[in-house]
Ligand binder design. Structure first.
Ligand SMILES: Nc1nc2c(ncn2[C@@H]2O[C@H](COP(=O)(O)OP(=O)(O)OP(=O)(O)O)[C@@H](O)[C@H]2O)c(=O)[nH]1
Ligand SMILES: [Mg+2]
Length: 373
């Protein structure tokens, strides 16, 4: 299958010279509303092609290989963590024949330093020490394996599988929130592109009307990935964009709508209120919407990300976490810390800047990618 063919319903629309602004006033109820009317045809434009986004051709044989390829890329991208705390663990175990208190203490310290969080590590080690005391664990290799299993178990509580999302009802609405610069817009583009690959009709909504050029950034992604983007002028009310976006999505029979929002600090009360308003307005247009609220967190900010998560969850109903920039940190343990402390599913992880660098989070694969040579 060729990535660049548009969805059948959208492909009926042909972009004429006059349309090139992307305006589509008949279908949308706002005068200001703009859209990449036929983004796929624009996507072939110079400078907006697959090369600079990592968008690649795709066929069914690629689908079959995808499992293995996904995993090897995940391992490749987790290289910093692998060279960081995982290497330290390797060195610690080297030549060890028995489990002694020093081994346990040093292992505990390495994990805390890897941003796994003091509380999380303590929980794991209380259990492991008990097993050592009862002589259920005597061999260092078994300890190492048990440690991996314990980390995987942490995620069970948070039930961290993107596969759990039913993508129903239609249109399925996702609101994406988070602090400035964490990777919201990029994550949206990656996710939208991957959903499109699965055959879903996806629409993007540019409700970040605050930051200069934010609308253009999402429109650009729309062109590159061949997806329609609903937007208003910069500076307009984000709730109105969200409302129009949902209306357009309903009218066009979209499967999934993903709404981008401006970065905000959890301490900015008025901006957190604005999020609540966006949510309310969405619910008025489509009862039950947004069906998911994704909080995007930047893994390189370490324990700060955990604090952000706590504050955002207090202010709005977050339903899942997307953790970005795991390729940029040596402390991949942050994933475990967030899952453990928040009890929220980690839906997706970002492991690079290209569209393919987003993975539905799978705890076992993740821990395996970290620990296995
Ligand atoms: N290495 C790496 N970079 C990423 C990842 N995700 C996003 N980025 C980069 O992070 C930077 C910020 O990304 P955006 O998507 O613009 O972040 P944002 O949260 O939308 O930012 P604001 O809209 O300004 O709040 C960009 O340079 C992205 O390429 C990732 O998983 N890995
Ligand atoms: Mg953004």
């Amino acid at each position: 299958m060729n990535n660049w063919t548009n969805h059948p319903a959208e492909s009926q629309k042909v972009l004429t010279r006059e349309d090139k602004t992307g305006k589509d006033p008949q279908e949308l109820n706002s005068r200001d509303t703009e859209e990449n009317a036929d983004a796929a045809s624009l996507s072939q434009d110079k400078g907006a092609g697959p090369e600079d986004t990592g968008v690649q051709q795709h066929d069914s044989s690629q689908d079959q290989q995808q499992g293995g390829r996904f995993f090897s890329r995940l391992r490749e991208r987790m290289v910093r963590s692998r060279q960081g705390f995982v290497r330290q663990i390797d060195e610690l175990f080297m030549g060890k024949r028995q489990i002694d208190p020093e081994l346990m203490d040093e292992l505990e310290e390495i994990l805390v330093m890897a941003d796994m969080g003091v509380g999380t590590v303590q929980d794991i080690f209380d259990n492991l020490r008990l097993q050592v005391k009862r002589k259920e664990l005597t061999d260092p290799e078994a300890l190492r394996q048990r440690l991996q299993d314990s980390i995987v178990d942490l995620f069970a509580r948070a039930d961290s599988k993107a596969g759990d999302i039913k993508w129903e009802p239609s249109p399925f609405v996702i609101l994406v929130v988070g602090v400035n610069g964490v990777g919201k817009t990029t994550t949206i583009a990656k996710l939208a592109y991957q959903l499109k690959q699965q055959g879903k009709k996806v629409m993007l909504v540019a409700a970040d009307t605050f930051r200069a050029a934010a609308v253009e950034q999402l429109q650009e992604w729309g062109k590159k990935t061949g997806l329609p983007v609903i937007s208003h002028k910069s500076g307009s009310d984000p709730s109105a964009v969200a409302f129009d976006g949902l209306e357009a999505a309903k009218a066009r029979g979209m499967d999934v709508v993903i709404v981008d929002t401006a970065g905000r600090l959890h301490t900015q009360v008025n901006l957190m209120e604005e999020l609540k308003k966006i949510k309310r307005v969405m619910g008025r247009k489509i009862p039950g919407a947004p069906h998911e609220v994704f909080l995007v967190l930047d893994a390189t900010t370490g324990q700060n990300a955990v604090n952000q998560a706590k504050m955002f969850c207090d202010a709005t109903d977050v339903t899942g976490i997307c953790l970005t920039k795991l390729d940029g940190t040596a402390r991949g343990g942050i994933v475990a810390s967030i899952a453990h402390e928040m009890g929220l599913p980690i839906r997706y992880i970002g492991i690079g800047e290209k569209v393919e660098d987003l993975r539905p989070f799978d705890a076992r694969d993740f821990v395996k990618a970290l620990f296995e040579a």
